[in-house]
Design a protein. Sequence first.
Length: 406
Amino acid sequence: MNKAIIITTGEELLHGRTLDTNSAFICKELYETGIEIIECITVGDDIEAIIYAIEESFKRCNIIFITGGLGPTDDDRTVEAICRFFSLKDTVDENARIRIEGLFARANYKINKKDYKMALVPEGSVVFKNNKGHAPGFLIEKDNKFLIAMPGVPFEAEDMFVNEIKPYLCQRFNLKKSDGIIFRLTGLRESTINEIIEKSKIPQLGKWGISAKTGVYEVYLSLNDTTDDPRSIEEMLKDIFKEKLIDSSFSSPSEELVFLLKQKQTKLATAESCTGGLIAKMITDIPGSSEVYNGSIIAYSNEVKQNLLSVSETTLKKYGAVSEETALEMINGLQKVIQYDIAIAITGIAGPGGATKEKKVGTVCFAFDLCGQKKSETKIFNGDRERVRNLSALYAINTVREFIKK
């Protein structure tokens, strides 16, 4: 298998002023192609640092992707560094020069000597057109080692990679999409997922890894050549993870929930306090949710809980706004205002303030009316205000999603 390393250049990346999105984009584009990215490296604009990174990388891989440093300023030194590494001279690419002059003329800008630096490429290289900017990319091949340089500006690099570089690589290396599966899980801790996978047949099927996003985990599985039909693997995953597995047709629990509600012709409504309408947002972010989502009451204050959801003053004084008793009364009050088949009520302490001796930050109380079956429960979520709110909303959505799937 071809192994590759990505080198991104630029002091702005090392100082944290600019986020490196190029590495993630290249990794995503090459996933399952037969080119394995084994490392991503960031260096500054120092020529010696760039040369050292290239030298060390070629000890471990046969393909290097390098981004940045192709511009007109003094700190754009990638072409010079690459030429020194390969003992090559730079040369002006005539197509790039003509394009640069044309772009400057159309913008009514006066071109200067420094601007022509963007047309420089190492002699003998394969040149890739920059359809979105000025400086072209290029490829150098020597002793079965390949170095591919492209601009650091993300929208230029992405367009060049998709339309110029990737097609070249596919032809040059006869790349074909290898078998792989990405599946999403929710309602489980990352360590629990890891334990379940280790005890299953999954490690025998190929390399795998877990990527965490708040409350949702993506598991990447690159299948071995001898692996079974991917469809049989999906059935195995359903058997292992059951309702914790998000169907492969959907990208999020809320998207799957909307589909399930449509399938069951079931209407949903919500009453939210600490999440402030976040559940409603997650649902209504999905196109077509209006067919199954009837509405929400955001009862942030006790006054609104009493006036709109008929929560009694006695309950609030005796048990507090953050209690299962209050959540259940919110559900009962919601039933009087919005018609539904399934309902969610939520009230909690998102923080950083609001905690008491009995109820700490992260305490969230839920009530559910699941087609006439009412229940309540309390969960404690760790993290800052945003994380507590997100995990609370996701837990509520998953509870309904799993109820319908069972």
